[in-house]
Design a protein around this ligand. Structure first.
Ligand code: SME
Length: 163
Protein backbone atom coordinates (compact mmCIF):
# COMPACT_ATOMS: atom_id res chain seq x y z
CA UNK A 1 0.00 0.00 0.00
CA UNK A 2 1.24 3.49 -0.79
CA UNK A 3 2.23 5.59 2.18
CA UNK A 4 1.04 9.11 2.73
CA UNK A 5 3.27 12.20 2.65
CA UNK A 6 4.92 12.81 6.05
CA UNK A 7 6.34 16.23 6.88
CA UNK A 8 7.64 17.40 10.26
CA UNK A 9 9.32 20.75 9.62
CA UNK A 10 7.26 23.82 10.41
CA UNK A 11 8.99 26.13 7.94
CA UNK A 12 8.16 25.96 4.26
CA UNK A 13 11.71 25.36 3.00
CA UNK A 14 12.17 22.54 5.49
CA UNK A 15 8.91 20.94 4.47
CA UNK A 16 9.88 21.03 0.79
CA UNK A 17 13.29 19.53 1.69
CA UNK A 18 11.49 16.64 3.38
CA UNK A 19 8.98 16.31 0.57
CA UNK A 20 11.43 16.01 -2.34
CA UNK A 21 12.82 12.52 -1.58
CA UNK A 22 9.28 11.31 -0.94
CA UNK A 23 8.25 12.53 -4.40
CA UNK A 24 11.25 10.78 -5.95
CA UNK A 25 10.27 7.59 -4.13
CA UNK A 26 6.66 7.88 -5.35
CA UNK A 27 7.64 7.80 -9.02
CA UNK A 28 10.69 5.54 -8.82
CA UNK A 29 10.45 2.58 -11.19
CA UNK A 30 6.94 3.42 -12.47
CA UNK A 31 6.86 3.99 -16.25
CA UNK A 32 3.27 5.29 -16.52
CA UNK A 33 3.21 9.10 -16.76
CA UNK A 34 -0.45 9.55 -15.82
CA UNK A 35 0.05 7.53 -12.64
CA UNK A 36 3.19 9.47 -11.76
CA UNK A 37 1.76 12.95 -12.41
CA UNK A 38 -1.40 11.99 -10.51
CA UNK A 39 0.61 10.96 -7.46
CA UNK A 40 2.87 14.02 -7.67
CA UNK A 41 -0.24 16.23 -7.76
CA UNK A 42 -1.77 14.47 -4.76
CA UNK A 43 1.44 14.65 -2.74
CA UNK A 44 1.93 18.36 -3.52
CA UNK A 45 -1.70 19.16 -2.65
CA UNK A 46 -1.27 17.38 0.68
CA UNK A 47 2.05 19.11 1.38
CA UNK A 48 1.19 22.71 0.41
CA UNK A 49 -1.29 24.05 2.92
CA UNK A 50 -2.26 27.08 0.83
CA UNK A 51 -2.92 25.13 -2.37
CA UNK A 52 -6.50 24.80 -3.60
CA UNK A 53 -5.50 23.26 -6.94
CA UNK A 54 -2.35 21.45 -8.06
CA UNK A 55 -1.86 19.92 -11.45
CA UNK A 56 -0.07 19.47 -14.71
CA UNK A 57 -0.82 20.59 -18.22
CA UNK A 58 0.91 18.81 -21.11
CA UNK A 59 1.95 20.56 -24.29
CA UNK A 60 0.25 19.36 -27.44
CA UNK A 61 1.53 21.52 -30.28
CA UNK A 62 0.71 25.14 -29.39
CA UNK A 63 -1.81 24.18 -26.72
CA UNK A 64 -1.55 23.10 -23.09
CA UNK A 65 -3.96 20.25 -22.36
CA UNK A 66 -5.14 19.44 -18.84
CA UNK A 67 -3.34 16.51 -17.26
CA UNK A 68 -3.50 14.85 -13.84
CA UNK A 69 -4.50 17.25 -11.06
CA UNK A 70 -6.03 17.61 -7.61
CA UNK A 71 -8.81 20.13 -7.11
CA UNK A 72 -11.94 21.35 -8.86
CA UNK A 73 -12.60 20.75 -12.55
CA UNK A 74 -10.37 23.04 -14.62
CA UNK A 75 -9.96 24.57 -18.08
CA UNK A 76 -9.03 21.77 -20.47
CA UNK A 77 -7.11 23.65 -23.19
CA UNK A 78 -4.99 26.78 -22.79
CA UNK A 79 -3.21 28.34 -25.76
CA UNK A 80 0.50 28.87 -25.21
CA UNK A 81 0.87 32.59 -24.54
CA UNK A 82 -2.52 32.92 -22.81
CA UNK A 83 -3.13 33.26 -19.09
CA UNK A 84 -0.55 32.53 -16.43
CA UNK A 85 0.01 28.94 -17.58
CA UNK A 86 0.33 29.87 -21.24
CA UNK A 87 2.67 32.77 -20.49
CA UNK A 88 4.91 30.64 -18.29
CA UNK A 89 5.04 28.08 -21.10
CA UNK A 90 5.76 30.70 -23.78
CA UNK A 91 8.49 32.39 -21.74
CA UNK A 92 9.73 29.15 -20.15
CA UNK A 93 10.02 30.72 -16.76
CA UNK A 94 8.40 30.43 -13.38
CA UNK A 95 5.61 32.95 -12.82
CA UNK A 96 4.52 33.87 -9.30
CA UNK A 97 1.29 35.88 -9.37
CA UNK A 98 0.36 37.37 -5.99
CA UNK A 99 -3.02 38.63 -7.18
CA UNK A 100 -4.51 37.03 -10.27
CA UNK A 101 -6.69 40.09 -10.84
CA UNK A 102 -3.51 42.01 -11.63
CA UNK A 103 -2.39 39.55 -14.32
CA UNK A 104 -3.59 40.58 -17.79
CA UNK A 105 -5.40 37.69 -19.44
CA UNK A 106 -5.58 35.51 -16.35
CA UNK A 107 -7.91 32.56 -17.04
CA UNK A 108 -10.36 32.22 -14.16
CA UNK A 109 -11.04 28.48 -14.00
CA UNK A 110 -11.92 28.90 -10.35
CA UNK A 111 -13.45 32.28 -9.49
CA UNK A 112 -12.21 31.90 -5.90
CA UNK A 113 -8.56 31.55 -6.96
CA UNK A 114 -6.57 34.58 -5.76
CA UNK A 115 -2.90 33.76 -6.40
CA UNK A 116 -0.90 31.15 -8.26
CA UNK A 117 2.49 29.88 -9.30
CA UNK A 118 3.25 28.20 -12.63
CA UNK A 119 6.51 26.42 -13.41
CA UNK A 120 7.40 25.21 -16.91
CA UNK A 121 8.32 21.55 -17.35
CA UNK A 122 11.24 21.44 -19.78
CA UNK A 123 13.19 18.34 -20.85
CA UNK A 124 16.95 18.09 -20.39
CA UNK A 125 17.27 18.71 -24.13
CA UNK A 126 15.25 21.93 -23.87
CA UNK A 127 11.85 20.78 -25.14
CA UNK A 128 8.81 22.34 -23.45
CA UNK A 129 6.76 19.40 -22.12
CA UNK A 130 4.11 21.24 -20.13
CA UNK A 131 3.61 23.21 -16.93
CA UNK A 132 3.02 22.60 -13.24
CA UNK A 133 0.31 24.93 -11.87
CA UNK A 134 -0.47 25.55 -8.18
CA UNK A 135 -3.38 27.84 -7.26
CA UNK A 136 -4.51 29.28 -3.93
CA UNK A 137 -7.62 30.97 -2.62
CA UNK A 138 -5.32 33.20 -0.51
CA UNK A 139 -3.64 36.32 -1.87
CA UNK A 140 0.16 36.14 -2.30
CA UNK A 141 0.34 32.52 -1.17
CA UNK A 142 3.56 31.75 -3.05
CA UNK A 143 7.10 33.12 -3.01
CA UNK A 144 10.64 32.30 -4.11
CA UNK A 145 10.82 29.35 -1.70
CA UNK A 146 7.88 27.76 -3.52
CA UNK A 147 9.44 28.71 -6.84
CA UNK A 148 12.76 27.00 -6.13
CA UNK A 149 11.10 23.89 -4.73
CA UNK A 150 8.52 23.57 -7.49
CA UNK A 151 11.24 23.97 -10.12
CA UNK A 152 12.86 20.88 -8.58
CA UNK A 153 9.53 19.07 -8.82
CA UNK A 154 9.16 20.19 -12.44
CA UNK A 155 12.65 18.80 -13.16
CA UNK A 156 11.66 15.51 -11.58
CA UNK A 157 8.48 15.47 -13.69
CA UNK A 158 10.48 16.30 -16.83
CA UNK A 159 12.72 13.29 -16.19
CA UNK A 160 9.75 10.90 -16.32
CA UNK A 161 9.00 8.90 -19.48
CA UNK A 162 5.78 9.25 -21.43
CA UNK A 163 5.20 12.97 -22.03
N1 SME B 1 -5.46 30.30 -13.88
C1 SME B 1 -4.75 29.63 -14.89
C2 SME B 1 -5.62 28.65 -15.60
C3 SME B 1 -5.46 27.27 -15.15
S1 SME B 1 -6.22 26.91 -13.79
O1 SME B 1 -6.49 27.90 -12.84
C4 SME B 1 -6.23 25.41 -13.27
C5 SME B 1 -4.10 30.57 -15.90
O2 SME B 1 -4.45 31.74 -16.03
O3 SME B 1 -3.22 30.09 -16.58
Amino acid sequence: MAETVRLHAVDKAGRYAELMPQLEHLVAGEPDLVANLANLSAALKAAIAAASWVGFYRRRGDVLVLGPFQGDVACVRIDIGRGVCGTSAAERRTLIVGNVDDFPGHIACDAASRSEIVVPVVSSSGVLLGVLDVDSRELAAFDEVDGTALERVANLAASLPGW
